[in-house]
Design a protein around this ligand. Structure first.
Ligand code: C5P
Length: 396
């Protein structure tokens, strides 16, 4: 059956690549109907887009002169997939906030079809907290992303922000149209966040883990098609779409939830599990007393990662995290062997990574350490998902 996309072309220099995307999509039997934003028409013309697509091209709300022919709601739903390329910072911001101030943003709000965005913008605009916030919101809303890539930009700067190449966008389109990703058929388990170990009904032992990296990984695995279970300690994050979220409080609850989720093909344990819990919990609130503070007797929590490594249903690929403040690679390498996992993703937390959107990690595998450049937690997650799919291909 022939498929069609609604292509929204934003106002960026990368808009010229969308012409090639239309042509390549056509070669693959995919029809494109396009909306060009006002800024987009500064870069490509409706005439050139229509000449390639063989379809009418829409520019603004009022180009829909005859709403009976193709109203904006119908336009947003007639295609199998909505593709935004280039997705400018402005279009991402509008979509993340539900604005409907022009035809492109209205179509994005009105559609009931999956949306794929190919961001393109200056590197600083991409890394700006506002754009990263919008990216996180859009991901949580279920929007798919391809790119941006790293490289030289039209504005003479270098970094992340180049739009993905037409063939990459087309590959993502075909994946979404077929409903399959590189991890389709794979079962994944992710743990995230801190655990809270109660002392009494109102107090607990906890830590500063925000859960952001784990949530990003669960989201990236689900995006790649994996059937993903996220077991999360208490965090202030909205649940990622397409992920089965199980909320827990304590290390013991997290271990039980992990074991109940087995068998899985891959497990990524990012949670900052408390090493100790109170040996006994008071049933009522501990009171201040004249005899001074109560003494706290701690007992060790189970190591969930090490436990899964020895489990009869051990995941084929077991990945741990290691937050270190010194000798990051050496400690993480030792931890990989001691815990019996396949990979360790190590990060240096001496510079305060907790709660931020960025991370600098080293991937430690049997082949040794590999240092990744500093990037956003979403980018770490996307890269890790690619590595996981490659590794599982070899196992299969
Ligand atoms: O020993 P450390 O806490 O540094 O190990 C970190 C790794 O082990 C992480 O992957 C973490 O999720 C996991 N871990 C665990 N259970 C524990 C402690 C850590 O699964 N009790």
């Amino acid at each position: 059956m022939s498929k069609s996309i609604l292509l929204i072309i934003g106002g960026g220099i990368a808009a010229y690549k969308s012409l090639e995307l239309i042509r390549r999509a056509k070669d693959r039997g995919i029809t494109s109907r396009a909306i060009i934003t006002k800024a987009g028409t500064e870069f490509v013309t409706p005439l050139s887009v229509s000449a390639l697509s063989g379809q009418k091209t829409y520019t603004d709300m009022f180009s829909l002169i005859d709403e009976t022919e193709m109203g904006h709601i119908q336009l947003s739903r007639a295609a199998d997939l909505v593709v935004v390329a280039p997705a400018t910072a402005n279009l991402m911001a509008k979509a993340a906030n539900g604005l409907a101030s022009d035809l492109a943003s209205t179509a994005l709000l009105a559609t009931d079809k999956p949306v794929l965005m190919a961001p393109a913008m200056n590197v600083r605009m991409w890394h700006h907290p506002a754009t990263q916030r919008n990216l996180a919101t859009l991901r949580a809303d279920g929007v798919h992303f391809v790119g941006p890539n790293e490289g030289a930009m039209a504005c003479n700067e270098f970094g992340l922000g180049r739009m993905a190449e037409p063939q990459e966008i087309l590959a993502a389109i075909e994946r979404l149209l077929s409903g399959a990703g590189p991890l389709t058929g794979v079962k994944a388990l992710v743990t995230a966040g801190p655990t809270h170990e109660p002392l009494d009904p109102v107090r607990f032992l906890g830590n500063r883990s925000s859960g952001k990296q784990g949530y990003a990984i669960a989201s990236a695995l689900a995006d790649a098609g994996a059937e993903t279970t996220l077991i999360s300690g208490p965090v202030e994050l909205s649940p990622p779409s397409r992920v089965k979220l199980i909320k827990v409080e304590t290390a013991l609850e997290m271990r039980a939830a992990c074991e109940a989720a087995l068998p899985v093909d891959v497990a990524v344990l990012t949670a900052a599990v408390a090493d100790w819990r109170a040996q006994s919990q008071a049933n009522s609130k501990l009171k201040k007393s004249e005899s001074g503070p109560p003494s706290l007797v701690l007992t060790e929590n189970p190591d969930i990662l090490a436990g899964l490594a020895r489990h009869a249903k051990r995941p084929a690929l077991l990945i741990g995290f290691a937050a270190e403040t010194e000798n990051v690679i050496a400690y993480a390498t030792e931890k990989r062997t001691r815990k019996g996992c396949d990979w360790i993703v190590a990060n240096d937390v001496s510079k305060g990574v907790f709660g931020t959107d960025r991370n600098t990690v080293h991937l430690i595998t049997a082949g040794g350490p590999e240092s990744w450049p500093e990037m956003t937690k979403d980018e770490v997650a996307a890269r890790l998902a690619v590595r996981i799919s490659k590794a599982l291909e070899k196992v299969a």
